[in-house]
Design a protein around this ligand. Structure first.
Ligand code: 6PG
Length: 252
């Protein structure tokens, strides 16, 4: 059974705390149910505060890190030391706490010369982790996947008019992004839509028009990549700040 819900918070700080509380709730729930919590992280700038809170705020001192495995929903095709690296962002926030066992951090080896090699390598990494419960041709079921949304309606590195949008079989692909003239490595829609919970974290006034289009004007359409995130048997939770939700009807 799938549910979609939305919560709006006054500002980016309140949003980050609410997101961290939700991740911690899902972690405790998953560990209680099946002894482990698998979380795929989002890149970009919005989740930075959330990662820092999880790693430093006493509210989360009982977070079950020893039972948690971290993955990356997407990565830029750059080395882990590069300023654009999502791994670098996560390692300077959440991982700086040294709370997460190093072996539980499954990063994309985006330093490989060819993005397709990085994607294949990560595909093998994720396959070797999710061996149980995968029906043939099946997809891994993450306990939670954190996603963001761009002003163009992209999510993970599934950009409008890009090849990866149509991938139906592979778990991880390299995706050329024309506007950045660079490649990304990203989970595909089948992986996203197999998750137990999708947490969509969206902040800032520059997202307000797209959110109105996605959630109001074209709410039943699949025009933008983020609209194709429809967990088959899971929840889709939008966590928004007031600036991003500025054009949504107050009922939201
Ligand atoms: C990435 C992300 C991407 C991000 C959106 C929003 O690697 O860039 O995974 O999908 O979530 O671009 O980015 P901001 O949070 O920076 O607005």
């Amino acid at each position: 059974m799938s549910q979609e819900s939305r919560q709006v918070y006054p500002d980016a700080d309140a949003l980050a705390m609410a997101g961290a509380v939700e991740v911690a709730r899902l972690a405790r729930q998953s560990v209680a149910e099946h002894g482990i919590f698998t979380l795929a992280l989002a890149g970009g700038s919005t989740p930075r505060k959330l990662y820092t809170l999880l790693g430093t705020d006493p509210t989360f001192r009982d977070f079950p890190w020893e039972h948690t495995h971290l993955f990356f929903g997407d990565e830029r095709h750059v080395p882990p030391t590069h300023i654009d690296s999502n791994y670098l962002m996560v390692s300077s926030t959440l991982l700086a706490s040294k709370l997460v066992p190093a072996a539980h951090v499954h990063r994309v080896r985006a330093e490989l010369p060819d993005a397709n090699m990085s994607a294949l390598d990560y595909d093998v990494e994720v396959h070797s982790f999710f061996t149980e419960g995968i029906r043939s041709g099946g997809f891994p079921r993450f306990d939670a996947i954190l996603l963001g949304m761009g002003p163009d309606g992209h999510t993970a590195s599934l950009f409008p008019d890009s090849k990866a949008l149509e991938e139906k079989e592979r778990w991880v692909v390299a995706n050329w992004v024309e506007k950045f003239k660079s490649a990304r490595i990203t989970f595909t829609f089948p992986v996203l839509n197999t998750a137990r919970t999708i947490l969509l974290l969206v902040a800032g006034a520059d997202k307000a028009d797209m959110l109105h289009s996605v959630l109001v004007a074209n709410r039943n359409a699949e025009i933008y990549p983020v609209q194709r995130v429809r967990p088959m048997d899971g929840d889709k939770i939008w966590l928004l700040d007031r600036a991003a939700a500025a054009r949504l009807p107050r009922t939201y």
